[in-house]
Design a protein around this ligand. Structure first.
Ligand SMILES: NC(=O)c1ccc[n+]([C@@H]2O[C@H](COP(=O)([O-])OP(=O)(O)OC[C@H]3O[C@@H](n4cnc5c(N)ncnc54)[C@H](O)[C@@H]3O)[C@@H](O)[C@H]2O)c1
Length: 282
C-alpha cells in the first residue's frame, strides 16, 4: 500500500521543478494527481507557450499511475475553481492540495515597478488563497478531512536582498497558512508549509547552486509527502524546511519580554532603549 492510496491530490505548478518531483512521487504512492501548470518562463511570461503539465501526466501514465493535466492559472478565481473541479470531474473527490506554483521577478526595492510587485503577489499569495478556498469548500461538501501544503521560502521567513515582492508574498503565505490551520481544524483539514531549497530553473543561476548536485527537488518531495499523508497526523500550522539532506523547521518566536510595573505600565521610548536586551530575551 502506498502512502496516498485512493487519495486525490492537486499540485499547482507541477510541470517543472519541485512540483513535478512531488507529482511523480505522489503518483508512485498511489495518488490520483491533478498536475496543474500554466507553462511559460520562470518570471511568468509566455504562459501557455509550452505544456509541461501534459508531459508530467504522460510520465505518470506511462509508469502505470493516475493523472490528469490542468492548465488553468492559480491567479484567478475561475482558474482556482477549475483546478479543483478538474479533480472532482476526473476522480470524484479531492483530498490533498499542494500550493506550489511560483514565479520570480527579482529587483531591489528601489528599482521594483508595480507589475513586478503585483505579478509575484498574485501567483504566490492570491493563488494560495484562491486554491485553498476552492479546495476547502469542496472538502467540506465531501464531509471534511484533508490536507493542504503551502510553499513558503527562506526568503519569506528571513528576507532576502532583491526579493521584496517574493519575500512579502511568501511571508504572506506563512500568515495565511497559520490562519487556515486554525480555521480549518474543525473540518479536519491540516494546513502546513514547506520551505524548500533546491536546484530548479528558479534557482539554478544562484552562486550557491554552482556545481551542486545534492540539492534536488527529489530531496524536497518526501517532506511534502509526509505533510500530505496520514503520517502527519493532526500536526498543523508548521513550516517544515528541507535543503538537500538537511531537514529542519522555521518557528516564529515570541519573547517572554519584560513588564513595567510602575507608572501604570506605560513605557517611555527612553526606557525601551535602556531595556532592549531584556525585551528581546527569549
Ligand atoms: N527552488 C527553490 O530553491 C525554492 C526555494 C524556496 C521556495 N521555492 C518555491 O517552490 C515552488 C516551486 O518552485 P520551483 O523552484 O520548482 O520553480 P519552477 O519554476 O521550476 O516551478 C514553478 C512552476 O509554477 C508554474 N506556475 C507559475 N505561475 C503559475 C500559475 N499562475 N498557475 C499555475 N502554475 C504556475 C510554472 O509554470 C512552473 O512550472 C515555488 O512556490 C517557489 O517559490 C523554491
Amino acid at each position: 500500500m502506498g502512502l496516498l492510496e485512493d487519495k486525490v491530490v492537486v499540485i499547482t505548478g507541477a510541470g517543472n521543478g519541485i512540483g513535478r518531483a512531488e507529482a511523480l512521487l505522489f503518483a508512485s504512492e498511489g495518488a490520483a494527481v491533478v498536475v496543474n501548470d500554466v507553462g511559460g518562463a520562470r518570471d511568468g511570461q509566455g504562459a501557455g507557450a509550452d505544456d509541461p503539465a501534459a508531459a508530467v501526466v504522460r510520465q505518470i501514465l506511462d509508469a502505470g499511475g493516475k493523472a490528469v493535466a490542468s492548465t488553468a492559472s492559480v491567479t484567478t478565481r475561475e482558474g482556482a475553481e477549475a483546478i479543483v473541479a478538474k479533480a472532482v470531474e476526473a476522480f470524484g473527490r479531492v483530498d490533498v492540495l499542494v500550493n506550489n506554483a511560483g514565479i520570480l521577478r527579482d529587483k531591489s526595492l528601489m528599482k521594483m515597478d508595480d507589475a513586478m510587485w503585483q505579478d509575484v503577489i498574485d501567483v504566490h499569495l492570491r493563488g494560495t488563497f484562491l486554491c485553498s478556498q476552492a479546495f476547502a469548500r469542496q472538502v467540506v461538501q465531501q464531509g471534511g478531512g484533508g490536507r493542504i501544503v503551502c510553499t513558503t521560502s527562506v526568503s519569506g521567513m528571513l528576507g532576502n536582498f532583491g526579493q521584496a515582492n517574493y519575500a512579502a508574498a511568501k511571508a504572506g503565505v506563512y500568515g495565511l497558512m497559520r490562519t487556515m490551520s486554525i480555521e480549518l481544524q474543525k473540518h479536519r483539514i491540516t494546513v502546513n508549509a514547506i520551505a524548500p531549497i533546491a536546484k530548479t530553473r528558479m534557482t539554478e543561476d544562484l552562486p550557491m547552486f554552482q556545481g551542486v548536485a545534492t540539492m534536488s527537488p527529489e530531496h524536497i518531495a518526501p517532506a511534502v509527502l509526509f505533510l500530505a499523508s496520514d503520517l502527519v497526523g493532526d500536526r498543523t500550522g508548521h513550516v517544515l524546511a528541507a535543503a538537500g539532506s538537511r531537514m529542519y523547521a522555521f518557528k516564529v518566536v515570541e519573547t517572554a519580554g519584560k513588564f513595567k510595573d510602575d507608572d501604570a505600565g506605560v513605557w517611555t521610548a527612553q526606557e525601551i532603549a535602556e531595556h532592549w536586551d531584556a525585551i528581546l530575551k527569549a
